[in-house]
Design a protein around this ligand. Structure first.
Ligand SMILES: *Cc1c(COP(=O)(O)O)cnc(C)c1O
Length: 391
């Protein structure tokens, strides 16, 4: 089957393993080599083999990753960057001009907020916050004629809020704006925003796409070819590209995304069931719970509910810190989406920068990135950390 056929007709897992690359015709190499080259021999001036002239513009390993990401998100073109934030910055420089307005999630990933608030704003971009779960608030935050982008994350971090992508696309388009969805938490396996009306998907491939906590990377996927051309121009002009080794690591990660995500979800469900019954746990945040305010929308637009779980404890901040400190199978650390389980205290760690604002997260909250270890070991570890059996 040709690459094109894989891209358009095959199931997700088949695309994850095959899209973007055909075995090398010369050597038969099944996996794309790490093309550690900056430049390419030309057959006479301007005689490019396969279109490659300089690796900032294009590199075959990166091309394979970009084709794979486009296929997984059901977009037309993908672009791979040095980090999620590099992807975001390139997107903004491509689609916005000083004086334009952007609606941001009120609880955006901290690095995204900092990028807009400290870097893009100094360049002349204006932004207003709105919770993606509140359609009226998003509508009210839009400035007709000025708003270029409506930017959402779903699920959000660390409260796992859910935005209705289809409805948000309608609201953005009605106002002449584009809908950008940061799909990092769901990954393309659980949710494909472009098929729901979004215009651009953003990824920190550092998280589930890479999946092994061994690479920092970012990506954009679009369905409009004109926007794709503009992005290609800016990707090359700004130059914040993924290097060939990083691109290769993310591509390798994507091959197992489906099986990893299913296990992340299985394990998260077991952890949630345990936490829901635990006397020291006062509230569990997981979109798979029927009590979650975004559950119905999540069930409609996501395949499953993901690997991130947050919860609050009865003993206040000290107990939350103790749980983080006592866990052993869960490693205390920031980031998420790797095969290993991570635990963190958002108030003091990932979300320390919003302390004292309306976005401050509860001090008694713990966030888990549930990995793919043996579920019983994860539950036993949390039980111990919460002061249960053996604690
Ligand atoms: C990590 C993350 C980013 C930023 O990506 P980097 O690869 O760290 O630059 C953006 N959005 C979300 C939701 C993230 O989790």
């Amino acid at each position: 089957m040709s690459e094109q056929q894989h891209r358009h007709k095959s199931g997700f897992e088949t695309r994850a393993i095959h899209a973007g690359y055909e075995p090398d015709p010369m050597t038969g190499a099944v996996i794309p080599p790490i093309y550690a080259t900056s430049t390419y021999k030309q057959d006479g001036v301007g005689g490019l083999r396969g279109g490659y002239e300089y690796s900032r513009t294009a590199n075959p390993t990166r091309t394979a990753l970009e084709g794979n990401l486009a296929a997984l998100e059901e977009g037309e073109r993908g672009f791979a960057f040095a980090s999620g934030l590099a992807a975001e910055d390139t997107l903004v420089r491509t689609l916005c001009r000083p004086g334009d307005h952007v609606v941001l999630p009120n609880d955006a990933y901290g690095g995204t907020f900092r990028l807009f608030d400290k870097v893009e704003q100094a360049w002349g971009l204006v932004h207003d916050p709105a919770p993606a779960s509140d359609l009226d608030a998003v509508r009210a935050a839009i400035r007709p004629g000025e708003t270029k982008l409506v930017w959402v994350e779903t699920p959000t971090n660390p409260l796992l809020g859910i935005g209705d992508i289809e409805a948000l696309a309608g609201i953005a388009h009605e106002a002449g704006a584009l809908l950008v969805v940061d799909n990092t938490f769901a990954s393309p396996y659980l949710q494909q925003p472009l098929t729901l009306g979004a215009d651009i998907v953003v990824h920190s491939t550092t998280k589930y796409c890479g999946g092994h906590s061994d690479v920092v990377g970012g990506a954009l996927v679009v369905k409009d070819l004109e926007i794709a051309e503009q992005l290609a121009f800016h990707q090359n002009s700004i130059g914040a590209v993924a290097g060939p080794f990083d691109a290769w690591l993310v591509l390798r990660g994507l091959k197992t995304l489906a099986v990893r995500m299913d296990r992340h979800c299985d394990n998260a469900e077991q952890v949630v069931a345990f936490l829901e019954d635990h006397p020291q746990v006062t509230e569990v945040f997981y979109p798979g719970l029927e009590s979650h305010p975004g559950h119905e929308i999540a069930a409609r637009q996501m395949r499953r509910f993901g690997g991130i779980v947050s919860f609050r404890v009865a003993g206040g901040e000290q107990q939350a810190l103790d749980v983080c400190g006592r866990a052993e199978v869960f490693t205390l650390g920031e980031s998420l989406g790797g095969v290993e389980s991570l635990i963190e205290h958002p108030g003091r760690m990932t979300h320390a920068s919003v302390a004292g604002t309306e976005l401050e997260v509860p001090a008694d909250m713990v966030r888990l990135s549930v990995g793919i270890e043996t579920a019983d070991d994860l539950v036993a570890d949390l039980d111990r950390a919460l002061g249960g059996a053996g604690g």
